[in-house]
Write a protein that binds this ligand. Structure first.
Ligand SMILES: NC(=O)c1ccc[n+]([C@@H]2O[C@H](COP(=O)([O-])OP(=O)(O)OC[C@H]3O[C@@H](n4cnc5c(N)ncnc54)[C@H](OP(=O)(O)O)[C@@H]3O)[C@@H](O)[C@H]2O)c1
Length: 181
């Protein structure tokens, strides 16, 4: 499995249920990388999407402890996608074990862990690759963080893209590979 995340300074990833910054090139990269694949996410992350809609054209696996909390907006968006002939799928699971069972038959490189913080931490031990977009946007007030892979000693930076810029924020696409189990 592969984790994919956008981190600001201090490995910050979110503030009050939302991303710290929306970088169009990064959103495009995320969309292209996960198109047609499986995405594991927490319920808060699903609810952070526009209209709470599951990701189009992907298998969305959402961790939630009680199916009664499923938001009608998410179900309505799924129905609308199906009515339009879309291939989006949405499954709710109640534990990491159920999520792992749900993805068992997919090639492991087709399964992406897409957040948020609690889900990244739960599944990191099962991942050998992390696709990290580093940016230097100020992380003031951030309340959710990704583990600092660089400081962990368990991960190696294996690819570091050229710096790019969006409205004064510098970002680069990076790849980390696990070096210690
Ligand atoms: N920068 C990035 O790349 C990126 C990516 C994704 C998300 N984010 C940000 O991260 C933040 C959200 O992260 P988060 O940690 O607060 O929320 P989250 O991980 O998206 O979702 C947390 C929810 O997932 C469910 N859950 C978690 N562990 C579970 C378990 N073991 N069993 C069953 N259900 C479980 C629970 O839902 P219930 O309580 O509903 O049962 C829990 O409240 C937002 O700010 C979002 O924008 C950033």
């Amino acid at each position: 499995m592969i984790e994919i995340v956008n981190v600001s300074r201090d490995w910050a990833i979110g503030k009050r249920g939302q991303l710290l910054i929306h970088i169009p090139a990064d959103l495009r990269y995320f969309r292209q990388t996960t198109a047609g694949k499986v995405c594991i996410m927490g319920s808060t992350t699903l609810e952070s999407f526009p209209r709470m809609a599951p990701l189009k054209g992907r298998v969305n696996i959402v961790l939630i402890d009680d199916a009664r909390k499923i938001r009608p907006e998410s179900l309505a968006a799924l129905e609308a996608d199906r009515a339009a002939g879309g291939s989006t799928e949405l499954f709710y699971v109640r534990s990491p074990e159920e999520a792992l069972e749900a993805v068992r038959d997919y090639p492991k490189d087709d399964v992406f862990v897409i957040g948020g913080a609690s889900i990244y931490r739960l599944f990191l031990p099962y991942c050998d690759t992390c696709l990290v977009t580093h940016n230097d946007y100020p992380s003031d007030g951030a309340d959710t963080f990704y583990p600092d892979l660089a400081a962990s000693g368990e991960w190696q930076l294996t690819e570091e893209g050229e710096p790019q810029e969006y409205e004064g924020t510098t970002f680069r696409f990076c790849r980390y590979e696990r070096i210690l189990p």
